[in-house]
Design a binder for this molecule. Structure first.
Ligand code: CA
Length: 151
């Protein structure tokens, strides 16, 4: 079981490898906005647990088996971002997806994915949901504005 931080490294390495032939320590440091020593430290751990191969001053290579995990990690992040969009949450979607992703189990991620897909495939249901949430938001705003409201 990887720590949330190592999961993020693996996720970013996989994401970067999709559009770049070579992944270097400096690339990952730039993507995650962390120091080179932090990246090196994480890569050593991932290397010792056979998630990837990494030797000093060489490129980073994900092992074939772990590419699947990388794929899942990138997909999971995108499912959760889409979920937050579907919810219409007034949050920082990227930050909230980052916070949620490490604590949900695979079955829950799949269930969330089905819900998101269901909403996309059934625009009439999605429309009803949007109307409902809009009404709720407006009611709460009206309630807060009314003098009778005591928090
Ligand atoms: Ca992440």
């Amino acid at each position: 079981m990887l720590s949330p931080s190592l999961e993020d490294y693996l996720e970013e390495i996989y994401r970067f490898s999709l559009t770049n032939d070579v992944v270097r320590v400096s690339d990952i440091a730039a993507c995650l906005n962390v120091s080179l020593p932090s990246v090196t430290n994480a890569l050593r751990k991932l290397n010792s647990e056979k998630y990837l191969t990494y030797k000093k001053y060489r490129e980073v290579v994900l092992t074939a088996k772990r590419r699947k995990l990388g794929y899942f990690l990138v997909e999971r992040n995108s499912i959760l971002r889409n979920f937050l969009k579907v919810l219409g949450s007034d949050c920082n979607i990227a930050a909230e997806a980052e916070a949620m992703e490490h604590y949900l189990t695979r079955p829950t991620i799949r269930a969330v994915e089905y819900l998101v897909n269901f909403m996309h495939e059934n625009p009439e249901c999605y429309e009803k949901f949007r109307d409902y949430t809009e009404k709720r938001k407006n009611n709460i705003t009206a309630l807060i504005k009314s003098e009778s409201y005591q928090p």
